[in-house]
Design a protein around this ligand. Structure first.
Ligand code: MN
Ligand code: MN
Length: 345
């Protein structure tokens, strides 16, 4: 549902769950880029699932950093940086990774059940299906060069794939502990930490570069809202916000200035987008707790909420501005509320 002026605004909602997946025997992926979701100029997302022994092959992304959140299961990554330093990590539900733009990496689904994770990229024009994959590269390169580079002969390369495999398989392997020389870790166990905000109606966990130093271009985490709870009207001075509904139902209001606004109803598997500086709120409209993945295209998490803004101004100024009796203004929260529980006072 959108308001009547929505014809002058883009859609702030996109149904990822209704997209067609790229399916392979050991995994699948579906994506939301600016091509399908025009407002999402600066952030794209990919939901991916790998079975045990499924390998998202060696690849890099030329135009975006990769921020990953493990929704379920177990997964292992390896990454190399331009100094030739490697890191191998294993992740469980609630863990995050951050891979700087252009750094080569791979992702393995682990037992017993494989894994599902969300990848978020700091460029809406990113495409997971047009990344730089090792099999694509080697199959496009003249065979003599590959032979010279890898110091092998033609016969040795008979089974090399002749096009991109994207997701392939790998047997359980030994992890080389020596490959752990990266000075900054790419892993952060988000949900093992205390939340950044712990309110009556919900909680927010955020991994910013303050606590996860390698994550300089992105931050993000989990917002939990109890039924009827409201993440109050606020804005982010420094970043767009990309949100994905892991579970539950929410109402996202977006204010675009100049008399333009929109209201979007989001349910499980849908994405909401709020451009930098736009006012917005998120309300749980379902009857169970909702769990949202929220991601920002800045390593610094910044927000200004309506209640703290008004509380920081003199009551008589607020009363005059809003044309309200001073007694009504005195009822407003006297400090930042952040999340308001739905319970009646
Ligand atoms: Mn990747
Ligand atoms: Mn927000």
């Amino acid at each position: 549902m959108s308001s009547e002026n929505s014809d002058r605004l883009p859609e702030f909602k996109f149904s990822l769950k209704d997209q067609k997946a790229r399916e392979l025997p050991l995994g699948w992926a579906k994506q939301a880029t600016v091509t399908d979701f025009p407002v999402s100029k600066n952030i794209a997302g990919v939901l991916m699932s790998l079975k045990p022994n499924g390998l998202r092959e060696l690849h890099w992304h030329a135009n975006a950093a990769e921020w990953g959140f493990v929704i379920s299961g177990n997964v292992r990554t390896t990454i190399i940086n331009p100094e030739g330093q490697y890191e191998t990590n294993e992740f469980k539900e609630g863990d995050i990774w951050y891979f700087p733009r252009g750094h080569g990496h791979s992702i393995e689904g682990l037992g017993p059940d494989g894994t599902t994770f969300m990848l978020v990229f700091d460029n809406g024009a990113f495409s997971e299906f047009a990344t730089f994959s090792i099999t694509d590269w080697l199959s496009q390169t003249p065979r003599e060069i590959v032979m010279k580079n890898l110091q092998v002969n033609e016969d040795d390369l008979k089974s090399l794939p002749d096009k991109e495999v994207y997701i392939t398989g790998i047997k359980e392997r030994l992890v080389n502990k020596k490959l752990n020389s990266s000075p900054l870790t790419h892993k952060y166990s988000l949900l093992s930490q205390n939340p950044l905000r712990d309110c009556d109606g919900g909680k927010l966990w955020i991994a910013s570069s303050k606590v996860f130093p390698i994550s300089v271009t992105m931050s993000g985490g989990i917002l939990l809202l109890e039924p009827e709870a409201l993440r109050e009207l606020h804005w982010h001075p420094n970043a767009d916000e990309w949100l994905y509904v892991i579970s539950g139902n929410v109402r996202l209001t977006v204010f675009a200035s100049s008399g333009l606004s929109s209201v979007e109803e989001l349910s499980e598997g849908e994405i909401g987008y709020t451009p930098m500086g736009y006012g917005h709120s998120i309300e749980n409209t379902g009857d169970s707790e909702c769990r949202l993945l929220v991601v920002f295209n800045s390593g610094t998490y910044e927000e200004i909420s309506l209640s703290s803004w008004l509380a920081s101004n003199p009551d008589d100024l607020v009363a005059a501005n809003l044309n309200l009796p001073p007694g009504v203004v005195k009822k407003f929260p006297d400090k930042e509320a952040f999340i308001l529980s739905g319970k009646k006072k």
